[in-house]
Design a protein around this ligand. Sequence first.
Ligand code: AP5
Length: 221
Amino acid sequence: MRVVLLGPPGAGKGTQAQIIAGQLGVPAISTGDIFRANVSGQTELGQQAKTYMDAGDLVPDEITVAMVRDRLDEADARTGFLLDGFPRTIGQAETLENALEKRGRSLTAALLVAADDDVVMKRLSGRRVCTKNGHNYHVDFDPPKREGVCDQDGSKLVQRDDDKPETVKHRLDVYHKQTQPLIEHYEDQSLLKRFDGTRAPDEVHNHIRATIATMRMEEQV
Ligand code: AP5
Protein backbone atom coordinates (compact mmCIF):
# COMPACT_ATOMS: atom_id res chain seq x y z
CA MET A 1 0.00 0.00 0.00
CA ARG A 2 1.35 3.43 -0.99
CA VAL A 3 -0.87 5.98 0.67
CA VAL A 4 -0.81 9.75 1.22
CA LEU A 5 -2.66 11.46 4.05
CA LEU A 6 -4.05 14.95 3.31
CA GLY A 7 -5.89 17.52 5.36
CA PRO A 8 -5.62 20.90 7.05
CA PRO A 9 -3.29 21.42 10.00
CA GLY A 10 -4.84 19.87 13.10
CA ALA A 11 -7.31 17.65 11.21
CA GLY A 12 -5.81 14.61 12.95
CA LYS A 13 -3.41 13.29 10.30
CA GLY A 14 -0.61 12.56 12.77
CA THR A 15 -3.03 10.97 15.25
CA GLN A 16 -4.32 8.56 12.59
CA ALA A 17 -1.02 7.99 10.75
CA GLN A 18 0.73 5.94 13.42
CA ILE A 19 -2.22 3.55 13.94
CA ILE A 20 -2.97 3.06 10.25
CA ALA A 21 0.68 2.55 9.28
CA GLY A 22 1.02 -0.08 12.01
CA GLN A 23 -2.00 -1.93 10.66
CA LEU A 24 -0.77 -1.72 7.08
CA GLY A 25 2.74 -2.83 8.08
CA VAL A 26 4.30 0.20 6.35
CA PRO A 27 6.31 3.12 7.80
CA ALA A 28 4.47 6.36 8.63
CA ILE A 29 6.60 9.11 7.14
CA SER A 30 5.76 12.60 8.39
CA THR A 31 7.63 15.44 6.69
CA GLY A 32 6.75 17.70 9.65
CA ASP A 33 8.33 15.19 12.09
CA ILE A 34 11.46 14.83 9.93
CA PHE A 35 11.84 18.62 9.79
CA ARG A 36 11.29 18.95 13.57
CA ALA A 37 13.89 16.22 14.28
CA ASN A 38 16.35 18.14 12.10
CA VAL A 39 15.55 21.41 13.85
CA SER A 40 16.21 19.90 17.30
CA GLY A 41 19.33 18.15 15.98
CA GLN A 42 20.50 21.54 14.62
CA THR A 43 21.36 20.03 11.22
CA GLU A 44 21.80 22.12 8.08
CA LEU A 45 18.40 20.90 6.84
CA GLY A 46 16.86 21.91 10.18
CA GLN A 47 18.38 25.39 9.94
CA GLN A 48 17.02 25.80 6.41
CA ALA A 49 13.53 24.63 7.42
CA LYS A 50 13.14 26.44 10.76
CA THR A 51 12.46 29.95 9.47
CA TYR A 52 9.65 28.71 7.21
CA MET A 53 8.14 26.46 9.88
CA ASP A 54 8.15 29.16 12.57
CA ALA A 55 6.35 31.51 10.17
CA GLY A 56 3.79 28.81 9.24
CA ASP A 57 4.98 28.76 5.62
CA LEU A 58 5.81 25.71 3.55
CA VAL A 59 9.46 24.73 3.29
CA PRO A 60 10.43 25.21 -0.39
CA ASP A 61 9.72 22.24 -2.67
CA GLU A 62 13.35 21.66 -3.67
CA ILE A 63 14.35 21.04 -0.02
CA THR A 64 11.28 18.96 0.84
CA VAL A 65 11.24 16.82 -2.29
CA ALA A 66 14.93 15.81 -2.01
CA MET A 67 14.37 14.80 1.61
CA VAL A 68 11.29 12.66 0.80
CA ARG A 69 12.95 11.03 -2.21
CA ASP A 70 15.86 9.89 0.00
CA ARG A 71 13.46 8.58 2.65
CA LEU A 72 11.40 6.59 0.12
CA ASP A 73 14.58 4.88 -1.10
CA GLU A 74 15.21 3.42 2.36
CA ALA A 75 14.62 -0.33 2.65
CA ASP A 76 11.50 -0.17 4.87
CA ALA A 77 9.63 2.06 2.37
CA ARG A 78 10.25 -0.04 -0.74
CA THR A 79 7.15 -2.22 -0.32
CA GLY A 80 4.85 0.56 0.86
CA PHE A 81 4.47 3.73 2.92
CA LEU A 82 2.05 6.14 4.47
CA LEU A 83 3.06 9.75 3.82
CA ASP A 84 1.71 12.21 6.40
CA GLY A 85 1.82 15.85 5.26
CA PHE A 86 3.38 15.20 1.86
CA PRO A 87 2.60 16.18 -0.85
CA ARG A 88 1.40 19.68 0.02
CA THR A 89 1.66 21.34 -3.39
CA ILE A 90 0.82 20.23 -6.92
CA GLY A 91 4.58 20.38 -7.68
CA GLN A 92 5.31 17.94 -4.82
CA ALA A 93 2.52 15.61 -6.01
CA GLU A 94 3.87 15.53 -9.55
CA THR A 95 7.41 14.86 -8.31
CA LEU A 96 6.13 11.99 -6.19
CA GLU A 97 4.23 10.51 -9.13
CA ASN A 98 7.31 10.73 -11.39
CA ALA A 99 9.58 9.19 -8.73
CA LEU A 100 7.15 6.28 -8.25
CA GLU A 101 6.69 5.80 -11.98
CA LYS A 102 10.47 5.52 -12.48
CA ARG A 103 10.42 2.67 -9.94
CA GLY A 104 7.43 1.00 -11.65
CA ARG A 105 5.04 1.90 -8.85
CA SER A 106 2.02 4.17 -8.28
CA LEU A 107 -0.08 5.54 -5.42
CA THR A 108 -2.81 3.31 -3.98
CA ALA A 109 -4.91 6.08 -2.40
CA ALA A 110 -5.04 9.64 -1.07
CA LEU A 111 -6.88 9.81 2.27
CA LEU A 112 -8.36 13.22 3.09
CA VAL A 113 -9.08 13.90 6.78
CA ALA A 114 -11.34 16.97 6.59
CA ALA A 115 -12.11 19.53 9.31
CA ASP A 116 -13.29 23.15 9.25
CA ASP A 117 -11.03 26.03 10.31
CA ASP A 118 -12.84 26.70 13.63
CA VAL A 119 -12.40 23.06 14.73
CA VAL A 120 -8.73 23.14 13.81
CA MET A 121 -8.12 26.37 15.75
CA LYS A 122 -9.53 24.77 18.95
CA ARG A 123 -7.53 21.61 18.48
CA LEU A 124 -4.19 23.22 17.82
CA SER A 125 -4.43 25.71 20.67
CA GLY A 126 -4.86 22.75 23.08
CA ARG A 127 -2.37 20.37 21.47
CA ARG A 128 0.64 19.26 23.49
CA VAL A 129 3.43 17.10 22.08
CA CYS A 130 6.06 15.05 23.85
CA THR A 131 9.65 16.20 23.55
CA LYS A 132 11.06 12.70 23.00
CA ASN A 133 8.94 11.05 20.29
CA GLY A 134 6.33 13.65 19.29
CA HIS A 135 3.35 11.75 20.79
CA ASN A 136 0.21 13.91 20.56
CA TYR A 137 -2.19 14.99 23.31
CA HIS A 138 -4.92 17.58 23.76
CA VAL A 139 -5.54 19.35 27.06
CA ASP A 140 -9.33 18.77 26.78
CA PHE A 141 -9.99 16.08 24.12
CA ASP A 142 -7.11 13.67 24.84
CA PRO A 143 -5.34 14.64 28.08
CA PRO A 144 -2.36 12.67 29.43
CA LYS A 145 -2.82 10.72 32.69
CA ARG A 146 -0.37 13.09 34.45
CA GLU A 147 -0.52 16.73 33.42
CA GLY A 148 2.47 17.76 31.29
CA VAL A 149 3.95 14.22 31.08
CA CYS A 150 3.79 11.79 28.15
CA ASP A 151 1.93 8.53 28.99
CA GLN A 152 4.08 6.56 26.56
CA ASP A 153 7.66 7.61 27.31
CA GLY A 154 7.48 9.88 30.40
CA SER A 155 8.96 12.90 28.58
CA LYS A 156 7.80 16.50 29.05
CA LEU A 157 4.81 17.78 27.03
CA VAL A 158 5.18 21.15 25.30
CA GLN A 159 3.24 23.40 22.91
CA ARG A 160 4.63 23.49 19.37
CA ASP A 161 6.05 26.90 18.35
CA ASP A 162 3.79 26.98 15.28
CA ASP A 163 0.61 26.31 17.32
CA LYS A 164 0.24 29.95 18.42
CA PRO A 165 -3.12 31.29 17.16
CA GLU A 166 -1.67 33.83 14.67
CA THR A 167 0.65 31.20 13.16
CA VAL A 168 -2.19 28.65 12.93
CA LYS A 169 -4.29 31.22 11.02
CA HIS A 170 -1.45 31.67 8.54
CA ARG A 171 -0.95 27.87 8.22
CA LEU A 172 -4.65 27.59 7.36
CA ASP A 173 -4.33 30.27 4.64
CA VAL A 174 -1.33 28.41 3.23
CA TYR A 175 -3.31 25.15 3.31
CA HIS A 176 -6.28 26.67 1.43
CA LYS A 177 -4.08 28.29 -1.22
CA GLN A 178 -1.37 25.71 -1.80
CA THR A 179 -2.56 22.31 -0.56
CA GLN A 180 -6.33 22.27 -1.14
CA PRO A 181 -5.92 22.04 -4.95
CA LEU A 182 -4.56 18.53 -4.34
CA ILE A 183 -8.08 17.38 -3.47
CA GLU A 184 -9.21 17.93 -7.07
CA HIS A 185 -5.90 16.56 -8.35
CA TYR A 186 -6.47 13.22 -6.60
CA GLU A 187 -10.21 13.22 -7.33
CA ASP A 188 -9.36 13.43 -11.05
CA GLN A 189 -7.18 10.35 -10.63
CA SER A 190 -9.96 8.51 -8.69
CA LEU A 191 -7.58 8.11 -5.75
CA LEU A 192 -9.35 10.35 -3.21
CA LYS A 193 -11.15 8.94 -0.13
CA ARG A 194 -12.75 11.43 2.28
CA PHE A 195 -13.09 11.12 6.06
CA ASP A 196 -14.88 13.37 8.54
CA GLY A 197 -12.05 14.49 10.85
CA THR A 198 -14.50 16.22 13.22
CA ARG A 199 -15.63 12.87 14.59
CA ALA A 200 -13.96 11.18 17.57
CA PRO A 201 -10.48 9.73 16.84
CA ASP A 202 -11.76 6.12 17.13
CA GLU A 203 -14.61 6.77 14.69
CA VAL A 204 -12.27 8.37 12.15
CA HIS A 205 -9.92 5.45 12.55
CA ASN A 206 -12.67 2.82 12.12
CA HIS A 207 -13.86 4.53 8.95
CA ILE A 208 -10.33 4.63 7.50
CA ARG A 209 -9.70 1.01 8.48
CA ALA A 210 -12.93 -0.15 6.82
CA THR A 211 -12.10 1.79 3.64
CA ILE A 212 -8.61 0.26 3.48
CA ALA A 213 -10.04 -3.22 4.01
CA THR A 214 -12.45 -2.65 1.08
CA MET A 215 -9.61 -1.35 -1.11
CA ARG A 216 -7.57 -4.47 -0.33
CA MET A 217 -10.50 -6.76 -1.21
CA GLU A 218 -11.03 -4.88 -4.49
CA GLU A 219 -7.32 -5.32 -5.34
CA GLN A 220 -7.67 -9.08 -4.93
CA VAL A 221 -10.70 -9.37 -7.25
P1 AP5 B 1 3.18 19.24 10.04
O1 AP5 B 1 3.83 18.76 11.26
O2 AP5 B 1 2.88 18.29 8.95
O3 AP5 B 1 1.90 20.06 10.50
P2 AP5 B 1 0.40 20.12 9.90
O4 AP5 B 1 0.09 19.53 8.61
O5 AP5 B 1 0.11 21.56 10.03
O6 AP5 B 1 -0.34 19.15 10.76
P3 AP5 B 1 -0.38 19.08 12.28
O7 AP5 B 1 0.73 18.22 12.80
O8 AP5 B 1 -0.48 20.47 12.88
O9 AP5 B 1 -1.80 18.44 12.51
P4 AP5 B 1 -2.36 16.96 12.27
O10 AP5 B 1 -3.34 16.97 11.16
O11 AP5 B 1 -1.23 15.97 12.20
O12 AP5 B 1 -3.19 16.81 13.60
P5 AP5 B 1 -2.86 16.00 14.93
O13 AP5 B 1 -3.08 14.54 14.73
O14 AP5 B 1 -1.55 16.43 15.49
O15 AP5 B 1 4.05 20.42 9.35
C1 AP5 B 1 4.63 21.45 10.14
C2 AP5 B 1 5.41 22.39 9.24
O16 AP5 B 1 6.47 21.67 8.56
C3 AP5 B 1 4.60 23.03 8.10
O17 AP5 B 1 3.90 24.20 8.51
C4 AP5 B 1 5.72 23.34 7.08
O18 AP5 B 1 6.45 24.49 7.46
C5 AP5 B 1 6.63 22.14 7.22
N1 AP5 B 1 6.26 21.05 6.29
C6 AP5 B 1 5.82 19.80 6.61
N2 AP5 B 1 5.57 19.09 5.49
C7 AP5 B 1 5.86 19.89 4.44
C8 AP5 B 1 5.78 19.74 3.02
N3 AP5 B 1 5.34 18.59 2.47
N4 AP5 B 1 6.17 20.77 2.25
C9 AP5 B 1 6.63 21.93 2.77
N5 AP5 B 1 6.69 22.15 4.11
C10 AP5 B 1 6.32 21.14 4.94
O19 AP5 B 1 -4.04 16.53 15.88
C11 AP5 B 1 -4.09 17.88 16.32
C12 AP5 B 1 -4.67 17.95 17.76
O20 AP5 B 1 -6.04 17.51 17.76
C13 AP5 B 1 -3.96 17.02 18.76
O21 AP5 B 1 -3.94 17.66 20.01
C14 AP5 B 1 -4.84 15.76 18.83
O22 AP5 B 1 -4.76 15.11 20.08
C15 AP5 B 1 -6.23 16.35 18.55
N6 AP5 B 1 -7.07 15.45 17.75
C16 AP5 B 1 -6.69 14.68 16.68
N7 AP5 B 1 -7.76 14.04 16.16
C17 AP5 B 1 -8.84 14.43 16.92
C18 AP5 B 1 -10.23 14.13 16.85
N8 AP5 B 1 -10.73 13.29 15.91
N9 AP5 B 1 -11.05 14.70 17.76
C19 AP5 B 1 -10.55 15.56 18.71
N10 AP5 B 1 -9.24 15.87 18.82
C20 AP5 B 1 -8.41 15.32 17.93
